[in-house]
Design a protein around this ligand. Structure first.
Ligand code: NAI
Ligand SMILES: NCC(=O)COP(=O)(O)O
Length: 334
């Protein structure tokens, strides 16, 4: 990918600023340029940075300085103490990143973590990046959350809703839409020409023939059968307690899961450090680390604390790989 990646600020009181400069130090010789849309005051005096006006300036200075497009925080930032008054800057950074990618000036958006409850309290009407990005891209309703680590990929039929809402909103149509989108992304962005999916069950033992819940009979199995008739290699509903075992995982390329924690617990348990959050169903590429703001370990400007940079590194690497594969796929199918 020749275009630089746009990296957002995230919550300035979280670990995003520390991760950003440490990841830049790690990648500065790699040629995989990114620029940060954030407040330079958060970087500390020892991090060389260069203010850029346009993403096209990022690659040339990347080896020497962290390219920054300035997004100032209106209020002083205290590590671990998020402020409602900085919400506008957090949101502004995301908006700018998306604008750059939609304009063709950046190759992908990678987001640093935000605190959803803080933004909500400040009046932000979206439960997370995923829904906001869909709104910014004009693709509301098509967004799907994928979490991926080397051992496992999952996609979700519902995202930031209560468990009750996730179950109530489960439908044949939703499983079909998410499965089709997952298969398309595996082909286009992950280079898997014949994707194999598994759809999770919802109930213990996948319902045990209806004695422990009937969603498998009414909703999940009919959806799987439709997908199979379409020619997709898909199995399920599979009992959720065994489908993520080391023996089961090689049977599929992605698992379609029916609520947030059903998919995210196995990924984060297997690989909290290396997991990546990917938004499917957007016209742009977006990835993020799988973890949150980690306010409990956030440190001041330029300080190095306990934060593990692996997940942000994986997110940047994944964005780059997806862009390369997508370009090759699109060129082949054009
Ligand atoms: N993509 C995003 O913007 C995400 C945002 N969040 C937000 O983060 C906030 C805090 O959420 P939590 O559930 O506490 O999850 P969290 O991931 O921020 O923290 C959970 C635990 O993991 C540790 N941890 C997280 N990332 C780490 C890293 N890179 N290195 C070392 N330790 C790390 C933290 O110190 C904490 O003990 C919430 O407001 C939530 O909305 C959560 C997940 C994703
Ligand atoms: N648990 C993952 C998560 O909540 C991230 O959401 P988003 O901000 O990427 O939409």
């Amino acid at each position: 990918m020749s275009l630089p990646v746009a990296l957002t600020m995230g919550d300035p009181a979280g670990i995003g600023p520390e991760l950003t400069w440490r990841v830049w130090k790690h990648l500065r010789e790699s040629g995989r340029a990114f620029f940060w849309i954030g407040d330079p005051a958060l970087l500390g005096p020892d991090v060389p940075y260069r203010v850029i006006r346009h993403p096209s300036e990022a690659a040339a200075c990347f080896a020497e300085s962290l390219p920054v497009q300035v997004q100032s925080c209106p209020e002083a930032v205290y590590p671990g103490r998020p402020s409602l008054h900085n919400a506008s800057a957090v949101v502004g950074s995301i908006e700018k990143a998306v604008r750059h990618v939609l304009a063709g000036d950046a190759g992908a958006v990678v987001t640093n973590p935000i605190a959803k409850h803080v933004l909500a309290e400040a009046g932000f009407p979206y439960p997370g990046h995923t829904e906001f990005l869909a709104a910014l891209c004009g693709t509301v309703g098509q967004e799907v959350m994928m979490l991926a680590c080397p051992e496992l990929r999952v996609t979700l039929t519902s995202i930031h809703v209560s468990l009750r809402q996730a179950v109530e909103s489960l439908s044949i149509e939703r499983i079909l839409a998410v499965s089709r989108l997952t298969a398309a992304a595996l082909r286009r962005d992950f280079g898997i020409s014949q994707p194999r999916l598994v759809v999770a069950g919802l109930n213990p033992h996948a319902g045990e023939n209806g004695i422990m819940g009937d969603e498998e009979i009414r909703v999940i199995r009919p959806a799987v059968e439709i997908l199979q008739r379409e020619g997709l290699e898909v199995i399920g509903p599979m009992p959720p307690d065994t489908m993520f075992s080391a023996a089961a995982r090689p049977r599929y390329d992605a698992a379609v899961c029916l609520y947030h924690d059903q998919g995210l617990i196995p990924v984060k348990t297997l690989d909290m450090a290396g997991g990546v959050n990917i938004t499917l169903g957007l016209p742009i590429i977006r990835t993020s680390p799988d973890h949150g703001t980690a306010f409990d370990i956030a440190v001041g400007p330029g300080e190095q604390g306990k934060a593990d940079i692996s997940s942000l590194l994986s997110a940047l690497g994944m964005a780059h790989d997806m862009a390369c594969r997508r370009a090759a796929h699109d060129a082949q199918t054009a």
